[in-house]
Ligand binder design. Structure first.
Ligand code: ATP
Ligand code: MG
Length: 419
């Protein structure tokens, strides 16, 4: 009887060796851009108390209503994190990171949401995010958006559209919520079930619906512009001015509300026009000036975004495909125990080369075939001439074999590989 092959859980993906190079390139770009803007990394656990998310993200949201993986005993419900802003705020409060100081932070890691898996939408996915705590003005919002734009530049991704809106003050949101409730109540019969429920709990969320019929109705809803107070307008105008100064194009979308409850003030989203299908949002964020205090910290203004790394890798690959970096040198072993090959390989690695050592012995001719297949630029044959000497053969330029001692070998490789 053959053993049954188990499959990965639906919506949770392997990143295979042929794809991990593309991931690493994107991750490196993200780390470097974050560093270039003075942001420091924070790593929080994959598991938190479920209430952290239900209280931060809000009850009437897709995430909390149906997407969280919750488990554990009734008196301590735990959740796989569906996002990392709530965790970051929790960590800042717990460790006093915001006491009399500002923080620029970033994170990169796996998030979990029980959604319907489809291209660009998974149950385990990855987000890169930044969070800036302690600045009330629009300059930091502009910085955070600029940082995102820098990521697109670094990865040569073009054609993303930046949409902005502001949700104003809590009073604004309250008044706007009432106006939406009134509008959508009139259309009740045509709304999807989730939206009908949200009429009461939080009608703003209806604007975020992905159900076609509801999207159509939402297009006619009043927009928030008329409800904004002077402060919110000034902040938003300041942000728009900064972005213009950066030369960043944007569109104001007065119906952009974002799916989470903790947002206040400016919100934004970067959208890809094509290729990602309906899953076209690559990065989303905004201000959440009340969350730190709501979670038990001191009042601290805050702004941040989260970027979907799967969608980012896809866009980066399309813009400029990653060419896999093969090993530099393949070391063959002419002696039986492979000891000489292992020694020479170590010398080459110490000199900074990526080296694959042939293991398992066998005829030199077969080993050379492996060396060719490996994509390495040079083959080194150890153990043929006695200790400390090897032969070297360029694999891709068709040059002659050379015989060299170990020190000379390192220099020779340097000359031929950097060339
Ligand atoms: P959407 O409207 O696509 O459901 P969202 O509003 O739920 O997005 P956020 O919580 O703001 O998304 O997450 C920020 C980014 O993370 C998204 O713009 C997207 O790129 C990515 N993202 C969110 N959910 C998923 C998922 N299930 N699979 C892959 N990427 C995701
Ligand atoms: Mg979602």
């Amino acid at each position: 009887m053959t053993a049954q092959k188990l499959q990965a859980v639906r919506g949770m993906n392997d990143v295979l060796p042929q794809d991990s190079g593309a991931w690493q390139r994107v991750e490196t770009a993200l780390r470097e851009v974050a560093r270039a803007y003075g942001y420091r990394e924070i790593r929080t656990p994959l598991v938190e108390r479920a209430e952290l998310f239900t209280q931060s993200i809000g009850g009437a949201t897709d995430i909390v209503e149906k997407e969280m993986y919750v488990f554990g005993a009734a008196d301590e419900r735990l959740a796989l994190r569906p996002e990392a802003t709530a965790s970051t705020v929790r960590a800042c409060n717990q460790h006093g990171l915001l006491h009399n100081r500002q923080q620029r932070l970033w994170y990169l890691g796996a998030m979990f949401r029980r959604e319907r898996p489809q291209k660009g939408r998974y149950r385990q996915f990855h987000q890169f995010g930044v969070e800036a705590f302690g600045w009330p003005g629009p300059d930091i919002d502009a910085e955070v958006i600029r940082l995102g734009a820098r990521v697109w530049e670094r990865l040569q991704i073009g054609g993303l559209r930046l949409q902005l809106n502001t949700l104003g003050s809590p009073q604004t949101r309250r008044a706007y919520r009432e106006a939406l409730r009134e509008y959508f109540s009139g259309q009740r019969a045509h709304l999807d079930a989730d939206s009908v429920r949200r009429l009461e709990s939080n009608p703003l969320r209806i604007l975020d619906s992905k159900v076609d019929a509801t999207v159509e109705i939402a297009a006619g809803a009043p927009d928030i512009t008329g409800f904004l107070d002077a402060d919110a307008r000034a902040h938003f105008d300041g942000l728009c001015d900064s972005l213009r100064r950066f030369g960043l194009k944007f569109e104001i979308n007065p119906r952009l509300v974002r799916g989470l409850d903790y947002y206040t003030g400016a919100v934004f989203e970067w959208l890809a026009d094509d290729g990602l299908g309906a899953q076209n949002a690559v990065c989303a964020g905004g201000r959440y000036d009340q969350l730190v205090e709501q979670r038990g910290g001191r009042p601290t203004p805050a702004v941040g975004f989260a970027m979907g790394v799967e969608r980012l890798v896809e866009l980066a690959e399309r813009a400029a495909p990653e060419t896999p970096a093969p090993t530099d040198i393949y070391v063959l072993s002419a002696d039986d125990d492979g000891g000489e090959a292992a020694d020479i390989s170590e010398s080459l690695r110490r000199a900074g080369f990526a080296v694959t050592t042939h293991c398992g012995g066998g005829q030199l001719k077969r080993q050379m075939k492996r060396a060719d297949q490996s994509g390495a630029r040079l083959a080194v044959i150890a153990g043929l001439e006695g200790a400390g000497t090897a032969r070297i053969k360029p694999l891709r330029s068709g040059g002659e074999q050379v015989r060299l001692g170990v020190d000379a070998l390192v220099d020779w490789c340097r000359d031929h590989i950097s060339a």
